[in-house]
Design a protein around this ligand. Structure first.
Ligand code: ADP
Ligand code: F6P
Length: 324
């Protein structure tokens, strides 16, 4: 028989992502509308283990939908990787009467959710990461805002790069995934995009490409490098040494994680938050909310974690055509 959930906890875990606040708001208000009690847990699994927990009302989530970051704070928690830490987390749920838990984060956080589910707490994951690297879903909360932030930053770099007729090497986030890099590469009009998932051109090939493009009349060059490839400073130095063309590297870094979420992130955050509560109210546990082919669906965490995701090959092909 499905377990009835009366008190729903919500936490954000791993790297923050714009739109997490919309998801928290979605959880809190849907749960209250369905007559449930809601507990906010601060600082991810850290706050769960240490009882950093408070009751949330509708007004606690007023005026947050437009804010970047997460009002519940977030953390990575070493202790929760061990069975004793997970047991402490489950026990603390008991202390606060939490029988259902929504975890907003990435694959790592979902592994934690699975452990809690095995310990008797009904858990639902919501995909929140700028990296888009969760295989079961076409969308992860934060990606659109991060790409738009990076795009605007690279537009600015391009302005100065053109004035000085330089080569710009720009490194974007994404951990081991190249989704942000591929999107920026296309939307910023990069000549070269270096992705962790693909076979990339060698440094010599990149240099030949820069020289060929200059002969064709290009006044600047843009190379977008995924964090998973790295080495952007060294690449810029080599380009400058070999070609005599001034090259500058910029690592965009954490600015990509902040800022007011776009409409897309607010929408998915709100819808996924509401969907997660529906799952808990229907007695479901150990599931991840996903956006697939235009619909909100859910998968077992175990199944979701086994799935694989590739960068879209047709986007890579088009990016190369458009770079000429
Ligand atoms: P993300 O959720 O963005 O992938 P992390 O991989 O850093 O971020 O995971 C966030 C937190 O989730 C970790 O600090 C840890 O507390 C918890 N976690 C990660 N992997 C596991 C695991 N295998 N078992 C239990 N908890 C985990
Ligand atoms: O997962 C989001 C992300 O921003 C990655 O793109 C990046 O590799 C990592 O987190 C950075 O983590 P931290 O904020 O701990 O430096």
């Amino acid at each position: 028989m499905n377990k009835t959930v009366n008190t729903i906890g919500v936490l954000t875990s791993g790297g923050d992502a714009p739109g997490m606040n919309a998801a928290i708001r979605g959880v809190v208000r849907t749960a209250i509308a369905k007559g449930k009690k809601v507990m906010g847990i601060k600082k991810g699994y850290n706050g769960l283990i240490h009882g950093d927990i408070f009751e949330m009302q509708s007004r606690n989530v007023s005026d947050i939908i437009q804010r970047g970051g997460t009002m519940l704070y977030t953390a990575r928690c070493e202790e929760f990787l061990k069975p004793e830490g997970q047991k402490r987390g489950a026990d603390m749920c008991g202390v606060y009467g939490i029988d259902g838990l929504v975890i907003i984060g990435g694959d790592g956080s979902f592994q934690g959710a699975e452990k809690l589910s095995n310990l008797g707490i009904n858990t639902i994951g919501i995909p929140g990461t700028i990296d888009l690297d969760i295989a079961c879903t076409d969308y992860t909360i934060g990606f659109d805002t991060a790409v738009n932030t990076a795009m605007e930053a690279i537009d600015k770099i391009k302005d100065t790069s053109t004035s000085h007729e330089r080569c710009s090497v720009v490194e974007v986030m994404g951990r081991n995934a190249g989704f942000i890099a591929l999107w920026c590469g296309i939307v910023n009009g990069a000549e070269v995009i270096l992705l962790p998932e693909e076979e990339n051109p060698t440094e010599d090939e990149i240099i030949r490409d820069i020289l060929e493009n200059r002969k064709k009349g290009k006044r600047h060059n843009l190379i977008v490098v995924a964090e998973g490839i790295g080495g952007s400073q060294e690449l810029a130095k080599r380009i400058e040494t070999v070609t005599g063309i001034q090259a500058r590297a910029t690592v965009l870094g954490h600015l990509q994680r902040g800022g007011s979420p776009t409409a897309i992130d607010r929408m998915h955050g709100s819808m996924m938050g509401a969907y997660a509560v529906d799952l808990l109210c229907n007695g479901k546990s150990n599931r991840v909310v996903a956006y697939k082919d235009g619909k909100y669906v859910d998968y077992g965490i175990d199944e979701a974690l086994k799935m694989q995701k590739r960068v879209n090959p047709s986007r890579i092909e088009v990016s190369r055509l458009l770079a000429k």
